[in-house]
Design a protein around this ligand. Structure first.
Ligand SMILES: [Zn+2]
Length: 73
């Protein structure tokens, strides 16, 4: 099948940016000059929330650990 090379219209050489989702490693692409994807650096709201949730949970555990130590003092 010929013509596998896809050229943008009228030589608009927009650079396609790629990054992998910080959580699930799925590839996220967007064009240079465009605003960043809404959930950047994640692929979706789900990944963002899951990642954020795990962070908060971790922080909470640490706080709980320290507050218990203080209470036992
Ligand atoms: Zn993801």
């Amino acid at each position: 099948m010929p013509g596998t090379k896809v050229k943008g219209n009228q030589g608009s050489d927009k650079i396609c940016k790629k990054v992998r989702c910080s959580y699930c490693k799925k590839e996220i692409t967007w064009q240079e000059g465009d605003p960043l994807p809404p959930y950047f650096p994640f692929c979706s709201a789900r990944c963002k929330l899951v990642d954020l949730g795990s962070w908060l949970e971790e922080e909470y555990r640490i706080k709980e650990y320290f507050s218990r130590r203080e209470a036992n003092d």
